[in-house]
Design a protein around this ligand. Structure first.
Ligand SMILES: [Zn+2]
Length: 198
């Protein structure tokens, strides 16, 4: 019984690492990591591993260059306004960067899941665009909301995945939310204080 519970926990983990939400979060993490020009193959491979990619994760400098060129296309989905805006961007990206849907288990190494890239050995940038578009499109379908957003904090370029229902999230992190709250508080206080005479 204990063994079965353990196997079932492992399977849950196995499946959840490959869920649509996990894939969408990986997209946001990759866009954020690639936005830093100093992030090389080691950093990008770490992000992939942290989001469930199994070793060996082999990423070259050329792969990173091509993934970095792909990232702004995906950023447009996060920057779009409303579900209709995000859907329009996704439809264009799916048309231009995705192939027909196919199921793969990577030879039994993962749960069965959908891929929109040409085959399991497609280059990283093709895989990045196709898998991201699919996950973001399914989230939009499921929630009838934009799948994510760009942080509303001034000067913060980070994107994040929206948290399903509930109050709309505006910032990528607690740090950005706090910084904006402090700034708003300062502005409000400055507005209440008497101005210079004259
Ligand atoms: Zn932020």
């Amino acid at each position: 019984m204990r063994y079965i519970a353990r196997v079932s926990a492992l399977l849950d983990d196995w499946a959840s690492r490959h869920s649509v939400l996990a894939t969408a979060r990986r997209t946001a993490a990759l866009i954020n990591a690639l936005a830093d020009d100093r992030a090389g193959p080691g950093t990008i491979a770490e992000v992939l591993r942290a989001h469930g990619e199994a070793d060996p994760v082999e990423v070259t400098a050329r792969d990173v260059t091509r993934m970095r060129a792909a990232a702004p296309h995906l950023r447009e989905v996060f920057a779009a306004t409303g579900a209709a805006g995000a859907a329009a961007v996704l439809n264009r990206l799916l048309r231009e960067h995705a192939g027909p849907p196919r199921l793969t288990s990577h030879g039994g190494g993962t749960p069965w899941h959908l891929h929109l890239d040409r085959d399991d050995d497609a280059p990283w940038d093709e895989w990045f665009l196709a898998s991201s578009c699919m996950a973001l499109a399914v989230l939009l379908w499921d929630r009838q909301l934009p799948p994510g957003a760009v942080c509303a904090s001034t000067g913060c370029p980070r994107v994040f995945i929206a948290q399903g229902r509930g109050p709309e999230r505006r910032y990528c992190s607690r740090r950005c939310a706090t910084r904006e709250r402090v700034a708003a508080h300062r502005r409000a206080r400055a507005g209440r204080e008497p101005g210079p005479p004259g």
